[in-house]
Ligand binder design. Structure first.
Ligand code: NAI
Ligand code: MG
Length: 500
């Protein structure tokens, strides 16, 4: 008799919702794609089809942009009091909290991530990001300047207009919040394209946004694909004023090229190959836990993942033995199980990509310290065991290319200078971390590293108030914090003649 798994006994809160048709949100209405096409959404833990979703294309993007333009130019959105805009955003945050368990399950079934993380991280951060930016609605200001007494001069901060937002599958609802929060606070209207692998929580949050009373056309959601489809239509569109993208660096380059159609503004949050550096004087147990969070959180599908672990030589062996002990015990399985520590990769394609990199690393001569394969007991689902390679050189592909999976490359080092150089010897510059008890060493390292975020004695800590973004190939612009307001607003200078 088959053993009933814990997750099979669980009540699925979104069961009814999943059985209903999944349409596009255009101008406050749920509509089918013009082509009538749909695509399947798959649970990566079971390979079962969860539902079918409308496949939006160029003509649907056109309709969404028309609605967003109308809502921007003529709707109540731009003219309503800032506190009313804020109130809608607070209401959306409250609605997300009220549906926390349902949204967490949906995110786990769509993406594969452990339910503890969906509930404790994704849902919480999503709601708090909306609250943080709700607060900004009433704090946007221009300036008066004393340039010349013949003129009254001041600046206005205005919304940009219609913004296109293309998001990835690793944090589907959180990426939505990072994009919608500042866009809405500034008074823009939105055309969002969720990732084709994980469109479900965006659709559910779109419903919540309509329920709490966002005016029609302010938020439009087009589910669909990227190249030659809805994503490309957004980045090329002549009537979209700004495009925000999170995803692969290669796609980011295509988006920049497409944006030249009307020179729309672009902000990009791309990949990373973050160095996580442990000095011999660090608290080793804390650093071991940090290394695990750094690379295995969200199955390694994190742009700021600490995928290169630099260990100072004297502690290398002790560190590795503690690290592999813990990693071998990580429970892998269906994310709906409360005990699951690591779930499946998001899709078959990503599983294959990760396994390909594992082969590449083996071919390059790196040694498997643990993992390195698909778990034997997992008959279905896109699982890869948490994997650690030792004996890695920073020039190897496994140390240079973004794997975006649970694969850690361990590189020994001898001194601050050589580790700082190796840390920066990558095309990316999204994040990095250093573990040391020496404050001076920590500050020196922080100033040496070319990355948008540096963690000292911690890893993967985020907050809506702290900016996030990249140096180098990791992208342009800063999301979160007040800096995101710059991405979603224009400054207008006003000169008023005061001469008689
Ligand atoms: P991707 O960059 O192709 O997809 C991200 C989003 O862009 C999706 O919504 C997709 O539909 C859209 N898109 C794809 N091609 C487009 C185009 N030509 N024009 C407009 N939109 C387009 O990423 P993909 O293929 O899902 O994953 C491949 C790799 O990208 C991963 O293995 C990982 O290394 C990296 N990645 C990085 C992320 C990050 O957070 N920085 C997130 C997701 C992926
Ligand atoms: Mg792609």
């Amino acid at each position: 008799m088959a053993v009933v798994q814990e997750h099979e006994k669980k009540e699925i809160l979104c069961k009814d919702w999943l059985s209903k048709p999944k349409k596009l949100l255009i101008d406050g209405k749920w509509v089918e794609a013009k082509s009538g096409k749909t695509f399947a959404v798959v649970n990566p833990a079971t390979e079962e089809v969860l539902c079918h979703v409308a496949e939006g294309g160029k003509e649907d993007v056109d309709l969404a942009v028309k609605a967003a333009r109308r809502a921007f130019e003529h709707g109540p959105w731009r003219t309503m009091a800032a506190y009313e805009r804020a109130r809608l955003m607070y209401k959306l945050a409250d609605a997300i909290d009220a549906h926390a368990d349902e949204l967490a399950q949906l995110e786990t079934m769509d993406n594969g991530k452990p339910i503890k993380e969906s509930r404790g991280f994704d849902v919480v951060q999503t709601a708090e990001t909306f609250r943080y930016y709700a607060g900004w609605c009433t704090k946007l200001e221009g300036e008066t300047t004393n340039v010349n007494s013949n003129f009254f001069t001041y600046t206005l901060r205005e919304p940009i207009g219609v913004v296109g937002q293309i998001i990835p599958w690793n944090f589907p609802m959180l990426m939505l919040a990072w994009k919608w929060g500042p866009a809405l606070a500034c008074g823009n209207t939105i055309v969002l394209k969720p990732a084709e692998q994980t469109p479900l929580t965006a659709l559910r949050i779109g419903e919540l946004a309509m329920e709490v009373g966002f005016p029609e056309g302010v938020i439009n959601i087009i589910t669909g694909f990227g190249a030659d489809s809805a994503g490309e239509a957004i980045s090329k569109h002549m009537d979209i004023d700004k495009v925000a993208f999170t995803g692969e660096d290669k796609t980011g380059k295509l988006i920049v090229q497409a944006s030249t159609s009307n020179l729309k503004r672009v902000s990009l949050e791309l990949g990373g190959k973050a160095p996580n550096i442990v000095f011999a004087d660090a608290d080793i147990d804390a650093a071991v836990r940090g290394a695990i969070t750094g690379i295995f959180f969200n199955q390694g599908q994190v742009c700021c993942a600490g995928s290169r672990l630099f260990l100072e030589k004297p502690i290398h062996d002790e560190f590795m033995s503690k690290l592999t002990d813990r990693v071998n015990k990580i429970r892998q399985g269906n994310g709906l199980d409360e005990n699951t520590g690591i779930g499946p990769q998001v899709s078959k394609e990503q599983q294959e990509r990760v396994l390909k990199y594992i082969d590449i690393a083996k071919g390059e001569g790196a040694a498997v310290a643990c993992g390195g394969l698909v778990p034997e007991d997992q008959k279905k689902g896109y699982f890869v065991r948490p994997t650690i390679f030792t004996g890695v050189h920073n020039q190897m592909r496994i140390a240079q290319e973004e794997v975006f999976g649970p694969v850690l490359a361990v590189i020994p080092f001898t001194d601050m200078e050589s580790v700082a150089e190796q840390a920066n010897a990558t095309a990316f510059g999204l994040s990095g971390a250093v573990w040391t008890a020496d404050v001076k060493k920590a500050h020196k390292f922080v100033s040496r590293i070319k990355a948008g975020t540096v963690w000292v004695n911690c890893y993967n800590v985020l907050d809506p108030a702290m900016p996030f973004g990249g140096y180098k190939t990791s992208g342009y612009g800063r999301e979160l914090g007040k800096h995101s307001i710059e991405l979603y607003s224009n400054i207008k200078s006003v000169w008023m003649n005061m001469m008689d």
